[in-house]
Write a protein that binds this ligand. Structure first.
Ligand SMILES: [Cu+2]
Length: 198
């Protein structure tokens, strides 16, 4: 079985339901290669207390209103996106260094039948990277068991600037591989990590 083909099929299956207003805002956001997601509103790094679907022009802003997003836009490059791809094997490592930035996976001890926390952090000289949207989400994580019996497709959500997190329960011990996919600097990164669940 071709894992790559499977990975693509799973990625394309991601979707959300939106009102027409949200849809047009989302289209603009997507066209600009910014991340569209539902989470608490952030203005210049400060949560406003609202939760909404909105656009993230950078890690410090998640804006519920299209007008506020438009107002912030001129500060950001509106260059044509030309997406390259890069595959990195972390194998058993948990930190991957790419050029001058790094991506780190942190997780609870891998045991079955427990809700485990997975955190993905990404930074460059101590500053969070600004991820672009990949198929409507800042990151996709796919976990497949070595025997190909178990498949999980997770969407880590922003916990704080520079950190996405998700939770997962394994019901079977064994060897797994996790692929994470995200876009930064117009490069779509795929990083695979080896996991062993006890
Ligand atoms: Cu996905």
């Amino acid at each position: 079985m071709k894992l790559h083909a499977l990975l693509l099929t799973l990625l394309l299956a991601c979707s959300t339901t939106l009102t027409p207003e949200e849809q047009s805002y989302k289209e603009l956001c997507t066209k600009n290669n910014h991340a569209w997601m539902r989470m608490s509103e952030l203005k210049d790094g400060h949560p406003t207390g609202n939760t909404c679907y909105g656009c993230m022009p950078d890690e410090k802003n998640h804006l519920c209103s299209k007008e506020e997003y438009d107002a912030l836009l001129p500060k950001h490059d509106a260059h044509e996106a030309h997406i390259a791809t890069m595959l990195v094997h972390a194998n058993g490592n948990r930190t991957v260094n790419i050029h001058d930035y790094s991506v780190t996976l942190q997780h609870d001890p891998l045991e079955t039948d427990k809700e485990l926390d997975f955190k993905f952090s990404y930074e460059k000289q101590g500053q969070p990277l600004t991820l672009q949207l990949t198929h409507s989400a800042p990151m996709h994580a796919i976990i497949v068991s070595k025997d190909l019996e178990k498949f999980y497709h997770l969407h880590p959500e922003l916990e704080k600037p520079g950190t996405l997190s998700t939770r997962h329960i394994f019901d079977k011990p064994g060897k797994y591989r996790m692929w994470i996919e995200f876009t930064y600097y117009n490069i779509q990164h795929t990083i695979d990590f080896d996991l062993e669940v006890k």
